[in-house]
Every structure is written in structure tokens, then in C-alpha cells.
Write a protein that binds this ligand. Structure first.
Ligand code: FES
Ligand code: FES
Length: 155
């Protein structure tokens, strides 16, 4: 069947197969930042924003997203300028192999949209659904801290 959805600001009509997940649809649409990790909703590597809230794209049927707006890491950059969370992830050393990074950033975008000044404990809770095998999480928490300081500077 055909559904319509907005992916990174672009409206599209897309044919979806029965049982196709949002993750599969997004990768087919060229959003290769959306990674297949566990495929069971446990690792967060497939996290994207659905109508502004972080969701695990492996756990959603594409057909259920008809009419929705989806944002992936590819949609964060504006006119060649990285989002503050992307820059902070690089500057903090929070990107090592990078496999978890897009999902981690999307979870952090959701967190900062709801809570622009999170404590370290709130950052840990906000990233609790995102697993990383490389960094030990300290650098990703620092990245969110750096990004919200950047937001304060822009105010
Ligand atoms: S691949 Fe979706 S949560 Fe792990
Ligand atoms: S940077 Fe390698 S899994 Fe997180």
C-alpha cells in the first residue's frame, strides 16, 4: 500500500510492504544513519524522531507511520552546519566506531527539546535506551552537557 510521510522535511508518497518496519523504509529511502542493531527495541541504534519524539524505528510498522513526520540524523544539519549535538559528539570524543552515534544523538535531541537544562542524572536517564560498546557513556554525557551549554550561548 501507499503511505505519505515527511522525512527530514520532505513530503513523500512511499509504497510499503506488509510487515515492513520504519527502519527498513528509512534505509530504503537513503537514511543510512538509521542502524539495525538488535531488531528487538533494546539498543537504540535505530532511534529517530517521530513527530518530534524519539522512537525505535525497528519496533514500528511503516504503515503505522502514515501521515507522520520523521527526522533522522541526516535532517539535523542545516545549510552545511552541524547540529550542536553533532559537533559536541565529535568534540567530546563521544564518536568512536560511530555505530551508536545517530541513535544516541536523536535520543539527546528529544531529551533537550523536553528539558533544555538536564542534570547528568537526567542525561543518563534520557540516554538509557541507547547502548554503546565503545565509550563507556561518559563522553556522550559530556556531549549533551556541551550541547546544552551551546544552546545557552545562542539564547
Ligand atoms: S535496532 Fe532498534 S532498538 Fe536495536
Ligand atoms: S561509539 Fe561504538 S558503539 Fe558507540
Amino acid at each position: 500500500m501507499s503511505i505519505t510521510l515527511t522525512i527530514n522535511g520532505q513530503g513523500r508518497a512511499v509504497e510499503v510492504a506488509p510487515g515492513e518496519t520504519l527502519l527498513e523504509l528509512l534505509r530504503r529511502a537513503g537514511c543510512k544513519s538509521v542502524k539495525l542493531g538488535c531488531d528487538t527495541g533494546d539498543c537504540g541504534t535505530c532511534a529517530v524522531l517521530l513527530n518530534g519524539r524519539a522512537v525505535n524505528a525497528c519496533m514500528l510498522l511503516a504503515v503505522a507511520c502514515d501521515g507522520c513526520s520523521v527526522t533522522t540524523v541526516e535532517g539535523l544539519e542545516v545549510e552545511g552546519r552541524l547540529h550542536d549535538l553533532q559537533s559536541a559528539s565529535l568534540d567530546s570524543g563521544g564518536v568512536q566506531c560511530g555505530f551508536c552515534t545517530p541513535g544516541m544523538i536523536m535520543a539527546a535531541v528529544d531529551l533537550l527539546s523536553r528539558n533544555p537544562h538536564p542534570t547528568d542524572e537526567e542525561i543518563r536517564a534520557g540516554l538509557a535506551g541507547n547502548l554503546c560498546r565503545c565509550t563507556g557513556y561518559v563522553k556522550q554525557i559530556a556531549a549533551v552537557r556541551m550541547a546544552h551549554a551551546e544552546v545557552d550561548d545562542h539564547d
